[in-house]
Ligand binder design. Structure first.
Ligand code: UDP
Ligand code: MG
Length: 319
């Protein structure tokens, strides 16, 4: 099979028939063998009924339905798990992404050797204040932290080589950072293609401004996991040691002052009147806590089931 299209959807009943007809038109015009996996993320409207109806007439329609709403990442994860096409394309269900982009995305993965091609909504038809401006900031931060030069990380329209989606695990709200996940799994050829974006025709957006808070926290998590996930002590140990160093210097200052007074025979003020005393106290306590976190982290990392999971590129004479 050439292409699997994975479509996560939550209450998008009006768009679905139009979306599938459009995908089908494009696929047939280019003679691709394909499947469209609709993942119904606990919709409370008639979305699932529409998918069932579509599947009656089209063998290429496949569907998964969650009993409740788990989020876009969960939907993508389940779709990825079942995708069989050589190239996997993800697309939002709301008709904001154009199926006409599929052939070129497919070509970039197949012929230009990209592992992942992300859409770039260069001209975007969403509210400026709520979406466009904050997302510029979001993308700039993500570019710096992930080291991937993409303009539009969160674009719903993306194409993947099959083994990319089988090697990564999208969870929580990490769908915003799939390129970063792919990079951490060792896929280096990540590119982008300017795609046509359209205003939402039906229904409403499912993501409010809180996505920036969550997105920022997720980015920190990913950065931490990719850098120190397998060696947490290298993070906690270094910060803990710095704390101890500050504490040690502070103790020297406090102790030195006391000693001077004793040698000079003058009456020394109480150590608690010096700010260094408090600095020493807090940094020593925090330093100890950080070391304990480091040890706990190491124990968790050691007992994690994928502690020895490595992405293999190829092997010779070995199964
Ligand atoms: N979506 C989903 N589960 C959710 C929220 C959204 O499957 O909990 C789907 C939604 O139906 C759409 C896609 O994710 O197909 C993108 O959502 P939306 O268009 O609301 O995001 P926006 O384009 O406004 O960023
Ligand atoms: Mg949308």
């Amino acid at each position: 099979m050439d292409i699997s299209v994975v479509v996560p959807l939550y209450n998008e009943e009006e768009s679905l028939p139009e979306l599938f007809a459009w995908i089908k038109r494009v696929m047939e015009a280019h003679q691709f063998t394909y499947e469209v996996i609709f993942v119904n993320d606990g919709s409370s409207d008639g979305s699932w009924k529409i998918i069932e109806d579509l599947a009656k007439d089209n063998a290429s329609v496949k569907g998964i339905s969650f009993r409740r709403n788990y989020g876009k990442s969960a939907a993508l994860y389940c779709g990825f798990e079942r995708a069989q096409g050589d190239v996997v394309i993800t697309m939002d269900a709301d008709l904001q992404d154009s199926p006409d982009e599929i052939p070129e995305l497919y070509r970039m993965v197949k012929e230009e050797g990209y592992d992942l091609v992300s859409g770039w909504k260069k001209k975007r038809y969403d509210s400026k204040l709520a979406k466009n401006l904050p997302s510029k900031l979001f993308n700039a931060t993500t570019r710096i932290i992930s080291g991937i030069k993409l303009h539009d990380f969160n674009c719903g329209l993306k194409a993947y080589r099959k083994n990319v989606v089988k090697s990564i695990e999208v969870y929580g709200e990490m769908h915003r950072y799939v390129p970063y996940l792919a990079k951490n799994a060792g896929f280096k050829k990540i590119g982008e293609k300017v795609v046509i974006h359209q205003a939402r025709k039906y229904g409403t957006t499912k993501f409010g401004l809180n996505r920036f808070v969550n997105g920022y926290l997720d980015l920190l998590t990913l950065w931490f996991l990719s850098t120190f996930g397998k060696k947490p002590m290298h993070f906690f140990g270094v910060v803990g040691s710095l704390m101890f160093l500050v504490g040690f210097v502070s103790v020297c200052v406090v102790g030195g002052a006391k000693l001077c007074h004793i040698l000079e025979g003058t009456s020394a003020p109480l150590v608690t009147s010096s700010p260094y005393f408090y600095l020493a106290l807090t940094t020593m306590i925090i330093g100890t806590q950080l070391f304990l976190c480091g040890f706990l982290g190491e124990m968790i990392a050691r007992s994690s089931t994928d502690r020895n999971n490595y992405e293999l590129n190829s092997t010779i004479n070995l199964d």
